[in-house]
Ligand binder design. Structure first.
Ligand SMILES: *[C@@H]1O[C@H](CO)[C@@H](O)[C@H](O)[C@H]1NC(C)=O
Ligand SMILES: *[C@@H]1O[C@H](CO)[C@@H](O)[C@H](O)[C@H]1NC(C)=O
Ligand SMILES: *[C@@H]1O[C@H](CO)[C@@H](O)[C@H](O)[C@H]1NC(C)=O
Ligand SMILES: *[C@@H]1O[C@H](CO)[C@@H](O)[C@H](O)[C@H]1NC(C)=O
Ligand SMILES: *[C@@H]1O[C@H](CO)[C@@H](O)[C@H](O)[C@H]1NC(C)=O
Ligand SMILES: *[C@@H]1O[C@H](CO)[C@@H](O)[C@H](O)[C@H]1NC(C)=O
Ligand SMILES: *[C@@H]1O[C@H](CO)[C@@H](O)[C@H](O)[C@H]1NC(C)=O
Length: 759
C-alpha cells in the first residue's frame, strides 16, 4: 500500500469504529438527547417549537421527577437519558469559581479576568462593555463544551450603588440608574450571543474569519448562554450594624422605585433580553422579594420577560427562617411558586414541595408553570440538541479561552477605566527616560490575589502593580509598609520610608480589598483602613518627594487629607483592575495611555456614615437632616463627584446646534477639542436639571454619555438625540413619569444651555 492508500485505509477503519461505538446505548449520557434518545422523544426533536418540546418533556415526568428539577442542582432523569444539570455558574467579570457549575480542573485551567465591573463602568464606553460581555460569553460556551461550566450564569449584578458602604457596590456599574441600565444591556447582549442572531462570524485564534454554526433565521429565541439580571430588587445592604440582607425589609417609595431601583431591571429585560431574573433575599415594603408576585408578573407582562426566575441562594428558606414571614416551610414554598418564582438555589424546594402539594397548598400545575420556563431556557440554549460540540457554537473550546484578543481586551478595559483624580502641576505622566529609580509601597502593590475583587476565577496571566511598573523602570523596589490591607501595625513603616528615600519617585498603593468590602460585609467607615493614612503621611513627609497615590477597591474613600496635601502630587483610582491591572497602571503612569475614566459614583466624606444605611430614601429630606443619595439627590459636600476624572490634556466644548425649544426629539451637536499635546479619549456627559415643579425633582441627571477619541489639538463632533419624554421627564410621588413645562437646564462641561418645554 502506498502511504496515501494506507492513510485512507486507517481513516475508513476509524470511521467504522466511531459508527460502532456511537450505536451502543449510552447509559450515562453527558448530554441529553444523544443516541439512542436523539429524536426518539418529541422534546429532542429540533423541528418542533421550544414550547411544544418543553411541554412534551413535562408531560413525561412524574411529580417526584418534577420536584427534583426545582433546585440549582437539578437531578438526572436516567430513564429519559437526561443527565443532571447545574444551573449555578458565575461570570460577573470573567468566568468565576464562585458557582458549583464552573471548574478550572480540566483542559481549561484559567479564564480571562476582566476588571471588576465598577472600574469597567468608569470607562463609560458601551462598545467596550459589549465586547467584554461577548468575550466572557465565548469563554463560557467554550468551557461548557468541555464540561467545565453550565450555560446559565448569574451575572450581571445591576442593583445601583446606593450607599458607599455597600460591600458589593464594586460588582455593579455604579450609582446612576441610566448608566447601570446601559451597562446591563450591552453586557447581556454580548454574553447571550446577540450578534449571532440570524448569522454570524467569529474569528478563530489565528484571526481567520470562520463561520460558526450559529442560529437559523427562525431561531430568534436561541441563546449562546443565559445571563441573569440580579438581584430583584432594592438589594444593596449586606450586613451593617444589626441589619442583615437575609432579613432586611427595604422600605422604598414609589417615586424611588420608579426612577432609581427599577430602571436597570427594566432595561436588562426589555432591551438586553436577558433570560433570567434573580429575586433577592430582602423584603420590599414588608414582602420578601421572591414572594412579590406583583413585581415578578410585571417583569413578564410589562417588560416582556421570557426566561426563568431563580431565587438567590436559600432565599426561600430565609422567608420562613429569618423573616418569619410564613409560619411553615410549606407556606413559603407555596408562596413563591404561586408568585412566579421558578427555581430555588438550594435544596429547600426539593425538600418541601411534596408535602406542600399533599396539603393542598400548591397544585401540580404551579410546578408545570415553573418547569415550562426552566425547560424553555434549556432548550433555547441547545441543551437538548445532543452533543453540543456538534451544535451551535460547538467549535468553541479551550483554544478560545485566554486568547491574546481577550487578554488585550482585559488590559484595554483597565486602562480605559482608571480615573485620574488629582494631578498637581501635571506631575504625571512620568517620563521613563528621566525616572531612574522607583519605590512602590503598600500591602497590595505586589499581591495578585485581590486584583479582580469579588467573583474572580483563575486569571490567565495576572500581573501585580509592582511587576507592571518594573516593566518601565528596572531599578524598582517594593516595601509593603503594612503587612496587609487592615494595616493594624506600623512595624513596616521604617522599611517603607527607607525604600522611599532611596528612590527618585514614590508610588503608594493604598485602599481596599475584600477584607474590607465583600459579600455579607459592608464597611462602617469611608476612611482608609487601619493605619494606611499614617503610612501615606509618614512616607510623604519623610521622603520629601511628591507622592503618587494609587487607590484600590470599589467603595468610595474619604481621602480629603490627600486631596489637600501638597506632598501628594497625583491620585489615581484603579478599582479592582483585573489580571492586566499591573500593566494598565504602569501604562497610565508612564503616559503610554492617557487616562479618561470617570467616577461612576459619588465619593462622600466620612460624615456620611451618620446616615443610616438601612434608610432606602434617595431624596434628601432637610427636615430630618437626611442629605440624599447619589449625585442626583445628595446635597452635602463631596470628596470627589460622580463623573469626575482628569486627563493628561484638557478638553473644551462648543455647541454647534442646540435647539432652544423642544417638543419632539431633536439633535444636539457639539464639538470637543483636545487642547493638549497628547491624544486621548474622554467622556462627553450631558446633564439636565428640570424645573423644580414637583417634590423630589433630581438636582441633576445624566441624560446621555459617549466616550470619544480626540487627537492632540484636534476636534471631535458628537451628536446627541434628545427626546423630551425619555430624557427630560421626571417621576412624581405617585410613581408617574411627567414632563415638567418650563426651562430645563442642560450642561456639558462648562457649557450651560437652557431648553424650553411648552405645552
Ligand atoms: C419531528 O417533528 C416533525 C414535525 O412534527 C415530524 O415531522 C418528525 O417526524 C419528527 N421526527 C421524529 C424523529 O419523530
Ligand atoms: C446534587 O443532587 C444529587 C442527586 O440528584 C446528589 O447526589 C448530589 O449530592 C447533589 N450535589 C450537591 C452538591 O448537592
Ligand atoms: C437595630 O438597632 C436599632 C438601634 O440600635 C433598633 O432601633 C432597631 O430596631 C434594630 N433593628 C432590628 C431589625 O433589630
Ligand atoms: C424571626 O424569628 C427568629 C427566631 O424566633 C428570631 O431570631 C428573628 O429575630 C426573627 N426575625 C425577625 C425579622 O423578626
Ligand atoms: C496577598 O493577599 C492575600 C489576601 O489578602 C493574603 O492572603 C496573602 O497572604 C497575600 N500575599 C502576600 C504575599 O502578601
Ligand atoms: C487644564 O486646564 C486647567 C485650567 O486652565 C489648568 O489648570 C490645567 O493645568 C490644564 N491641564 C492640562 C493637563 O493641561
Ligand atoms: C471604546 O472601547 C473600544 C473597545 O475596547 C475601543 O476600541 C474604543 O477605542 C473605545 N473608545 C474610546 C473613545 O476610547
Amino acid at each position: 500500500m502506498s502511504l496515501q492508500q494506507r492513510s485512507i485505509f486507517f481513516l475508513q477503519l476509524l470511521a467504522l469504529l466511531i459508527s460502532i461505538t456511537s450505536s451502543i446505548p449510552n447509559p450515562n449520557p453527558e448530554f441529553p438527547c444523544q443516541p439512542p434518545h436523539l429524536n426518539s422523544y418529541p422534546f429532542c426533536n429540533t423541528s418542533l417549537s421550544i414550547t411544544d418540546r418543553a411541554q412534551s418533556l413535562i408531560s413525561l415526568l412524574t411529580l417526584e421527577e418534577k420536584i427534583h428539577q426545582l433546585s440549582n442542582n437539578a437531578s438526572a432523569i436516567p430513564r429519559l437519558g437526561i443527565p443532571p444539570y447545574q444551573w449555578w455558574s458565575e461570570s460577573l467579570h470573567g468566568i468565576a469559581s464562585n458557582g458549583p457549575g464552573v471548574s478550572f480542573d480540566g483542559r481549561v485551567k484559567a479564564a480571562t479576568s476582566f476588571p471588576q465591573v465598577l472600574l469597567t463602568a468608569a470607562s463609560f464606553n458601551r462598545t467596550l462593555w459589549f465586547k467584554i460581555g461577548l468575550a466572557i460569553g465565548i469563554e463560557a460556551k467554550a468551557m461548557y463544551n468541555v464540561g467545565q461550566a453550565g450555560l446559565t450564569f448569574w451575572a450581571p449584578n445591576i442593583n445601583i450603588f446606593r450607599d458607599p458602604r455597600w460591600g458589593r457596590g464594586q460588582e455593579t456599574p455604579g450609582e446612576d440608574p441610566m448608566v447601570v441600565s446601559a451597562y446591563a444591556v450591552e453586557f447581556v447582549k454580548g454574553f447571550q450571543g446577540e450578534p449571532w442572531r440570524g448569522s454570524g462570524n467569529l474569528r478563530d485564534r489565528f484571526g481567520r474569519k470562520r463561520a460558526l454554526r450559529g442560529y437559523n433565521d427562525e431561531d430568534d429565541d436561541r441563546l449562546m448562554n443565559s445571563a441573569c439580571c440580579k438581584h430583584l430588587i432594592a438589594y444593596d445592604l449586606e450586613k451593617w450594624m444589626n441589619f442583615s440582607r437575609y432579613s432586611f425589609d427595604a422600605l422604598v417609595t414609589r417615586q424611588d422605585m420608579e426612577d432609581s431601583y427599577e430602571p436597570p431591571f427594566r432595561s436588562c429585560i426589555q432591551q438586553g433580553k436577558a433570560s433570567c431574573l434573580m429575586c433577592s433575599y430582602n423584603a420590599i415594603n414588608g414582602v420578601p422579594a421572591c414572594a412579590r408576585g406583583d413585581l415578578l408578573q410585571k417583569a413578564r407582562n410589562e417588560w416582556g420577560f421570557k426566561g426563568y426566575i431563580t431565587s438567590d441562594c436559600d432565599a426561600v428558606a430565609t422567608i420562613k427562617e429569618y423573616q418569619n414571614y410564613t409560619r411553615t416551610d410549606d407556606d413559603a414554598v407555596a408562596l413563591v411558586l404561586k408568585a412566579g418564582m421558578d427555581i430555588n438555589c438550594g435544596t429547600y424546594l426539593v425538600r418541601h414541595t411534596q408535602t406542600t402539594i399533599e396539603e393542598g397548598k400548591l397544585q401540580e400545575k404551579d410546578i408545570d408553570r415553573a418547569l415550562l420556563n426552566l425547560f424553555s431556557v434549556q432548550l433555547r440554549l441547545g441543551l437538548f440538541d445532543g452533543d453540543p460540540r456538534k451544535g451551535q457554537f460547538g467549535e468553541l473550546g479551550p483554544q478560545n479561552v485566554c486568547t491574546t484578543e481577550h487578554k488585550m481586551l482585559a488590559l484595554e478595559a483597565a486602562r480605559q477605566g482608571i480615573v485620574l483624580l488629582k494631578n498637581d502641576n501635571k506631575f504625571l505622566p512620568l517620563n521613563r527616560n528621566v525616572v531612574s529609580s522607583l519605590a512602590v509601597i503598600g500591602p497590595m502593590a505586589n499581591n495578585i490575589s485581590n486584583m479582580g475583587g469579588g467573583y474572580t476565577g483563575v486569571p490567565c496571566e495576572p500581573m501585580s502593580f509592582f511587576k507592571g511598573l518594573q516593566g518601565y523602570v528596572k531599578e524598582a523596589s517594593f516595601a509593603s509598609g503594612c503587612s496587609d490591607v487592615p494595616c493594624e501595625s506600623d512595624a513596616g513603616f521604617n522599611e517603607a520610608i527607607r525604600t522611599a528615600k532611596k528612590a527618585d519617585f514614590v508610588i503608594v498603593v493604598a485602599g481596599l480589598d475584600l477584607s474590607q468590602e465583600t459579600e455579607d460585609h459592608d464597611r462602617v467607615s469611608l476612611l482608609l483602613p487601619g493605619k494606611q493614612m499614617d503610612l501615606l503621611s509618614s512616607v510623604a513627609a519623610a521622603s520629601g518627594k511628591p507622592i503618587i497615590l494609587v487607590l484600590t477597591g470599589g467603595g468610595p474613600l474619604d481621602v480629603s487629607f490627600a486631596k489637600g496635601n501638597p506632598n501628594i502630587a497625583s491620585i489615581l483610582w484603579v478599582g479592582y483592575p483585573g489580571e492586566a491591572g499591573g500593566k494598565a497602571l504602569a501604562d497610565v503612569i508612564f503616559g503610554d495611555f492617557n487616562p479618561g475614566g470617570r467616577l461612576p459614583m459619588t465619593w462622600y466624606p466620612e460624615s456620611f456614615t451618620k446616615v443610616a444605611m438601612n434608610d432606602m430614601h434617595m431624596r434628601a429630606d432637610p427636615f430630618r437632616g437626611f442629605p440624599g443619595r447619589t449625585y442626583r439627590f445628595y446635597t452635602g459636600n463631596r470628596v470627589y463627584g460622580f463623573g469626575q476624572g482628569l486627563s493628561y490634556t484638557n478638553f473644551t466644548y462648543k455647541l454647534l446646534s442646540a435647539p432652544r425649544k423642544l417638543s419632539l426629539s431633536r439633535s444636539f451637536t457639539g464639538t470637543s477639542t483636545n487642547v493638549g499635546d497628547m491624544d486621548g479619549s474622554h467622556v462627553v456627559m450631558l446633564f439636565s436639571r428640570a424645573p423644580k415643579k414637583i417634590e423630589g425633582t433630581p438636582e441633576n441627571q445624566l441624560i446621555a454619555f459617549d466616550r470619544v477619541h480626540t487627537s492632540s489639538y484636534g476636534s471631535t463632533e458628537t451628536s446627541i438625540l434628545v427626546n423630551p419624554c425619555n430624557h427630560l421627564s421626571i417621576v412624581d410621588q405617585q410613581g408617574e413619569r411627567i414632563l415638567p413645562l418650563g426651562e430645563h437646564v442642560l450642561t456639558l462641561g462648562d457649557l450651560v444651555h437652557s431648553v424650553l418645554i411648552e405645552t
